[in-house]
Write a protein that binds this ligand. Structure first.
Ligand SMILES: O=C(O)CCC(=O)C(=O)O
Ligand SMILES: [Mn+2]
Length: 372
């Protein structure tokens, strides 16, 4: 057990909750010295090299989606977490802005679903980007009200996750974005999972004071398929626990461009994001404008951004974080049962004795923001 975990956790307690609160604390700020940083080598003896399959994916295929050749990826595992893989920013220089723009401009558009749809009409939540960019490309002023982009907390793709019932259903489906499917397919192939079918996505948008409660992602019907997670913008402290709340979690940084793969025994572990932190010095959330991806590739998915799009993405990622999780919901040949599945997503709030209120809030805002 890590130093910090040992001193805040007594046996039999909800160790995860204690450590979640430890990292969430503002005053005094916590000691971050136990947090694993995969961007720095030889940092923890818990970190082990991960085995990839570079033969499964060509350099041309990875370049099309904005990724480096697989042989250049810095991929790690964690002792005690079989099936967990961490790929430290495998993106080609200049390709992250494209994916950030997709998350801010393209994926929030209809027919995808977002938190703002819960209390606004479709015409009001149309063109979130266009209605927000004026505010974002000018210097912020005290009197300006929040833009729709500022108020965006989650977007769902493909089989749309229902936050109330914690299920997916055949009847609430819209086509999954082809570009994000390609990106996910290349990464999962390189990680030894050929034939991954990206069927559902959840995008979480975090401000500096946001956090995401303790939960397990178990609503998907086939848990033998990996779950992928992409991060852009500010860094986060990510906690990866065990199968029980008493298991103390391991803390790690997720920086802009980092990718996680949760598979096998690590597919159903408790996890959470207690805190958003600044991007490390010298590693800006987004590269400078103009170092765009090589656009000469035939059929490239990733395209250069306009100056204005880049400026908006750059400003947004300076203050915020976007996380994208991609899930395969059904196994090959599997279909949804007649009655809705009883599989549940659990979270920290619901075990804190305030379940009705927190459930209501989480149905609108997956990422829990403390308004200041
Ligand atoms: O933001 C993150 O890194 C985690 C997101 C997550 O766990 C989820 O969407 O289920
Ligand atoms: Mn999750």
């Amino acid at each position: 057990m890590a130093k910090m975990a040992a001193c805040v956790v007594e046996s039999g307690e909800d160790a995860f909750r204690k450590i979640f609160k430890f990292y969430k604390r503002r005053n005094p700020p916590p000691d971050f010295s136990d947090v694993i940083d995969f961007s720095r080598s030889a940092q923890s003896d818990q970190v082990i090299p991960a085995i990839l399959d570079p033969s499964g994916v060509s350099d041309e295929e990875t370049a099309r989606v904005g990724l480096q050749p697989v042989r250049d990826w810095r991929a790690f595992g964690l002792q005690g977490y079989p099936g967990f893989m961490f790929i430290s920013n495998p993106f080609l220089l200049g390709s992250k802005p494209f994916w950030v723009r997709q998350c801010l401009k393209t994926y929030p558009q209809k027919p995808n679903v977002c938190n703002l749809d819960m209390h606004m009409s479709p015409s009001e939540t149309q063109d979130i980007w266009d209605k927000s960019v004026h505010g974002l490309s000018c210097p912020p002023s005290r009197t300006q009200s929040k833009t729709l982009l500022d108020r965006l907390r989650w977007v769902t793709l493909g089989y749309h996750y229902d936050w109330e019932t914690k299920t997916y259903s055949a009847s609430h489906y819209t086509p999954f974005p082809a570009d994000l499917h390609s990106l996910s397919f290349q990464i999962t192939s390189a990680c030894g999972f050929p034939g991954f079918n990206a069927e559902a996505g959840i995008l979480n948008y975090y401000r500096s004071d946001s956090s995401l409660g303790i939960h397990v992602d178990e609503s998907e019907l086939d848990h033998s398929r990996p779950l992928l997670s992409f991060s852009f913008g500010k860094s986060a402290i990510f906690l990866l626990g065990g199968t029980r709340r008493q298991d103390p979690p391991t803390a790690m940084y997720m920086h802009s461009g980092d990718v996680m793969v949760m598979s096998g025994q690590s597919r159903l572990l408790y996890h959470a994001v207690p805190r958003i932190v600044a991007a490390p010095q010298g590693h800006p959330a987004l590269e400078v404008s103009g170092c765009g991806p090589a656009s000469s590739l035939h059929d490239s998915v990733v395209e250069p951004l306009s100056e204005q799009d880049w400026a908006v993405c750059s400003r947004y990622t300076h203050n915020s974080r976007v996380n994208v999780t991609v899930r395969q919901v059904l196994g090959p040949g599997q279909s949804f049962p007649e009655t809705p599945s009883s599989h549940q997503r659990t979270d920290a709030d619901q075990t804190d004795g305030d379940s009705a209120k927190s459930r209501k809030r989480r149905s609108c805002d997956c990422v829990d923001t403390v308004e200041t």
